[in-house]
Design a protein around this ligand. Structure first.
Ligand code: SF4
Length: 220
């Protein structure tokens, strides 16, 4: 039996159990007893690795060492194809590590990530640092559980990680509802760095292209 709530995936079968928290990434697996650690999942993988783009210009130049043989003429997987693939994945899949080339190598990538979230799968991705704008950094933070940055150039890697970790936004926990995204620009009467985890806030909800977001956020 597998149960999926807003933020948790819970598996209960004889000899194989897990709890996965989509918010924190915490994953606990056990077998007949809590001291057992099964060697493998008899019901299907917990994590899938899926390549959704093979187009890549490299970092400054195409990498002749690319083990995936990505190049500027590569192709990508459409959302429709991904949906078909998703339909045959076992329900045990809690996370997908997506392989891409350039950050814009798959025009359906954000919709694929949203589709994953809608189906209680956390998307993760590895980027090479090229073309990461503030907006893209916000989107990666919003959708992904983990973003890995491949190391090609010290400055680029540093700048990319800084951009990904310096984002000014957060999530509001709601009783009985999903977490609500808010950006620092949506705060009213308080600076972002004055807010602390657990602070009570009031807000209004607005629809954005990435889903519902909180606006006019004020400290209660
Ligand atoms: S940046 Fe990475 S994915 Fe792109 S060509 Fe180089 S090794 Fe391959």
């Amino acid at each position: 039996m597998i149960i999926k709530t807003d933020s948790k995936v819970i598996m209960r079968e004889k000899g194989y159990n897990f709890n996965f928290d989509m918010k924190s990434g915490f994953f606990a697996r056990w077998g007949e007893t809590q001291d057992d650690d099964p060697d493998y999942s008899p019901y299907g993988p917990e994590i899938a690795d899926i390549e959704i783009a093979t187009s890549c210009k490299g970092v400054g130049k195409v990498c002749d060492f690319c083990y995936k043989k990505n190049n500027p003429n590569g192709t990508y997987m459409s959302l429709d194809t991904f949906k078909k693939l998703h339909s045959i994945l076992p329900p045990t899949v809690t996370q997908i590590a997506f392989g891409i080339g350039d950050i814009d190598s798959n025009p359906d990538m954000w919709e694929i990530f949203q589709y994953c979230r809608d189906h209680k799968i956390v998307p993760n991705v590895t980027v090479n640092g090229e073309g990461i704008t503030d907006d893209i950094a916000d989107r990666l933070n919003y959708y992904c559980g983990a973003v890995a940055v491949s190391y090609y150039d010290e400055d680029k890697t540093f700048d990319t990680i800084k951009k990904l970790t310096d984002r000014n936004f957060g999530f509001i926990s709601q009783d009985g509802g999903e977490d609500l995204f808010f950006h620092a620009n949506s705060l009213d009467g308080i600076a972002f760095d004055q807010l602390r985890e657990g602070d009570a806030v009031t807000f209004e909800t607005e629809k954005t292209e990435k889903g519902d977001a909180a606006v006019n956020v004020k400290k209660a």
